[in-house]
Design a protein around this ligand. Structure first.
Ligand code: SF4
Ligand code: SF4
Ligand code: SF4
Length: 297
């Protein structure tokens, strides 16, 4: 599978059709891979694709990053199904044009929850929770797919698979608030959760603005709650469930639980699943006169 992708990537870099191919290469130790930007055809020999490829590479396609500023006209990117969902959402939000990107996709068996859990294979004990209910193992839109792509029924509800979310939803308000207060006590506002997110797309994040200062910048309880609630609201109907915010958090806060719950709410309220259509806009960036207002109480 990866051999076919390497071959195609090499061919497109040689012909000049692509300026760069973003993929994964071996990392600093055998449990890790690292993102690689292949500029020369021979760089493609380094490409790998397996259960260690955890990073959500479409974060690099987000316009707040360096890549669009380099003047590259067309970027190739290797995507797992959930990554391609992120690309789909970036296109739906006009962050990216479809013809600026060439998508290499392949069937995905899942990824490890965290590199340190990699023991040479994927299994129940180390697989990321997002993979258990995944309906994009066969990816959506691809320009290159090794072999024939089977049809998949994706009409079901959005995957919301973290067992921790079910536990959280069952708690009463007081316990749930205590859960978040305890977790947020550890947050020191490093913003890793923002930096890895393919959909945090503002050039200057609202939390970094100081004139005026919208979100208290200190990492105390008020500042941290302000940051996380703002972040969660900015991603409503846009998060595509890659789980990178949680994986990247150095103090193990399950930041994406907010976003997972919001996905359920948006689907119930607007029949919308982020990352499944390049044409349909997220409900909170559009307006219809018959929109429900049941959330106003
Ligand atoms: S969520 Fe699906 S596409 Fe993404 S890594 Fe897991 S199995 Fe693969
Ligand atoms: S990555 Fe973790 S510690 Fe850093 S800002 Fe996000 S939640 Fe806080
Ligand atoms: S909010 Fe978290 S899970 Fe959602 S797209 Fe951003 S990084 Fe991924």
């Amino acid at each position: 599978m990866i051999e076919q992708i390497r071959e195609k990537a090499r061919e497109l870099l040689e012909s000049g059709e692509l300026d760069v191919v973003i993929g994964y290469a071996e990392g600093s130790d055998p449990t890790r891979t690292t993102p690689i930007f292949c500029r020369k055809p021979e760089d493609t020999d380094k490409l790998v694709l397996d259960g260690r490829c955890v990073n959500t590479l479409p974060a690099y396609l987000n316009k707040r990053h360096e890549y669009p500023k380099k003047g590259w006209k067309k970027t190739g990117i290797i995507g797992k199904g959930c990554d391609i969902r992120a690309i789909t959402q970036l296109i739906a939000e006009n962050q990216l044009k479809r013809d600026e990107v060439y998508i290499f996709g392949a069937e995905c068996e899942g990824v490890v929850a965290h590199p340190e859990k990699w023991d040479g294979s994927l299994h129940e004990g180390n697989c990321a929770s997002k993979c258990s209910a995944c309906d994009v193992k066969i990816p959506l839109d691809t320009d290159f797919y090794p072999g024939e792509k089977p049809e998949v029924d994706r009409s079901g509800p959005y995957m919301v698979s973290a067992p921790a979310l079910a536990t959280l939803v069952k708690m009463d308000d007081e316990d749930r608030f205590a859960f978040w207060r305890d977790d947020f006590d550890r947050c020191f506002k490093c913003y890793a959760c923002r930096e890895v997110c393919p959909h945090c797309s503002c050039n200057i994040c609202i939390t970094d603005r100081t004139m005026p200062s919208w979100v208290d910048q200190a990492a105390h309880t008020k500042g941290v709650f302000g940051w996380h609630l703002t972040r969660a609201m900015h991603l409503v109907g846009r998060c595509t469930g890659c789980g990178e915010c949680t994986r990247a958090c150095p103090v193990n806060i399950q930041v994406d639980l907010f976003n997972q719950k919001m996905k359920e709410v948006i689907q119930e309220s607007f029949d919308y699943k982020s990352g499944y259509s390049m044409e349909v806009k997220p409900p909170l960036i559009t307006y219809n006169t018959d929109d429900q207002e049941t959330y106003i109480r």
